[in-house]
Design a protein around this ligand. Structure first.
Ligand SMILES: [Cu+2]
Length: 432
């Protein structure tokens, strides 16, 4: 599948390189709203434990799609920040009393003010303005909603660790597809480098990744933007996104300058497993806020599913984690998956060469991420006219939604929910 589409990838990547060059010289600087944002991996928005407070503003705005369309969205900004999609990744500690102040700045729709709210699936005893949340059926709302320019303060105790969603609880068949969702990560008492309060859920700091999977029906968004009625019977997704971006934007860094309203990349970057120097796995937190199952498949690696919907897979202390080839995340679900990359054959050009004759480079079709060498950590001079984005002999392994019709952006194939696993050579290395 992948090799037959290489040409298309290379065209896309050529576009990416052009954008990279333009973006690095002329792009506007993104005002950072998060603290200490890593280039790759989960970019948490945090506040002081044990009483973190987050100010979210529901807004209308625009994002860039991989087919160069612009899409009208509803999403969340941090107070003092700019419109972003998806909403900020909120990271808190188990036991924290989390306060989220929601302000409503969504534009009118069809002449009517748009009420909105937040729900926190998996959190118990949520308060709104200090009282237990209440359904608001008159406004088609699962919980206390607010009018434009209004504000409501939700609070709850993050009583158990895991990966969670926050999203609109009002007119949800309209507001969630319009983009009103984000991720909430609750870190366990055992430590920030554990997924759950299980010693076997420890992961490598800096190797924590998020894949928030979503979809867009552009006709719905166009109707909302232009104040026209949209018949939900006609709903049909035509874009699929990972962390609010489609490939190849998905592999760009967090806060890439040319995506000022889509701050979150989806590249995973890890080191090979080593019992002494790199013993713990990476973790990928999957979230599905769409309307159907997304079977996400990390090529080259099975993963170990250790938790779902904020519960570790265990029963009476018995470990029920399972190794899987593909992660078929259902709508509204979150899955926590740990994985390691093993240099199983440990090939080395001198001591353990690959036991086949490699074709001459000029006889190969070279991908844009090929180092010129099959050996991890090695680079070779490429034939004249061939360029590479490879930096230090690292490997790139594609990971993508395995429902292949979803690798599409309104007809632009080989885009959408695709990203890479980048495997760097063991340290010390020459990687930037
Ligand atoms: Cu594939």
């Amino acid at each position: 599948m992948v090799s037959s589409k290489l040409t298309r990838i290379r065209i896309s990547l050529t576009v990416l390189i052009i954008i990279l060059v333009i973006g690095s010289t002329a792009g506007p600087q993104h005002v950072k709203a998060q603290q200490a944002v890593p280039a790759v991996g989960v970019a948490c928005t945090t506040d002081v434990s044990p009483n973190p407070t987050f100010n979210l503003i529901a807004q209308s705005g625009y994002i860039q799609m991989p087919d160069m369309n612009t899409m009208y969205m509803w999403s969340y900004a941090l107070s003092g920040g700019i419109f972003q999609h998806p909403g900020p990744i909120l990271c808190v500690n188990e036991g924290d009393t989390v306060t989220i102040v929601l302000q409503n700045q969504i534009a009118n729709y069809m002449g009517n003010p748009v009420r909105t709210s937040l729900i926190f699936p998996g959190q118990e005893n949520v308060l709104a303005n200090g009282s237990p949340v209440q359904a608001d059926p008159a406004n088609n709302s699962l919980t206390n909603s607010i009018a434009p320019a209004g504000s409501v303060t939700y609070s709850f105790v993050a009583s158990r660790p895991g990966t969670f969603i926050y999203e609109s609880g009002t007119d949800i068949k309209l507001q969630i597809p319009m983009g009103l969702f984000g991720a909430l990560i609750v870190r366990p008492t055992l430590g920030a480098d554990h997924v759950y309060n299980r010693v076997d859920s420890q992961f490598t700091p800096g190797e924590e990744f998020l894949a928030l999977l979503s979809e867009v029906d552009p006709y719905q968004h166009q109707a909302v933007e232009s104040n026209r009625f949209f018949n939900l019977n006609n709903y049909r997704a035509r874009y699929w996104l990972i962390n609010g971006r489609g490939f190849p934007d998905s592999i760009a860094d967090n806060n890439a300058t040319w995506l000022p309203n889509q701050p979150y990349g989806a590249l995973a970057r890890i080191y090979p497993y080593n019992a002494g120097s790199h013993p713990y796995p990476a973790v990928e937190r999957f979230i599905n806020v769409g309307t159907e199952e997304y079977p996400f498949h990390p090529h080259g690696n099975n993963g170990m599913l250790i938790g779902r919907d904020g519960y570790p897979l265990e029963d009476g202390g018995q470990d029920l984690a399972m190794e899987k080839f593909s992660f078929n995340i259902g709508p509204g679900q979150t899955w926590d998956v740990v994985f390691k990359w093993f240099d199983a054959e440990n090939y080395n050009p001198v001591t353990n060469p690959i036991p086949v004759a490699a074709p001459d480079l000029v006889s190969l079709t070279l991908g844009m991420f090929f180092s010129g060498s099959p050996y991890l950590g090695k680079s070779e001079t490429l034939p004249p006219g061939k360029n590479t984005l490879n930096e230090c002999g690292e490997y790139y392994i594609i990971s993508h939604n395995h429902a292949l019709f979803q690798l599409d952006s309104f007809g632009q194939t080989m885009s959408g929910p695709i990203t890479y696993l980048r495997v760097d050579p063991p340290q010390p290395n020459t990687c930037p």
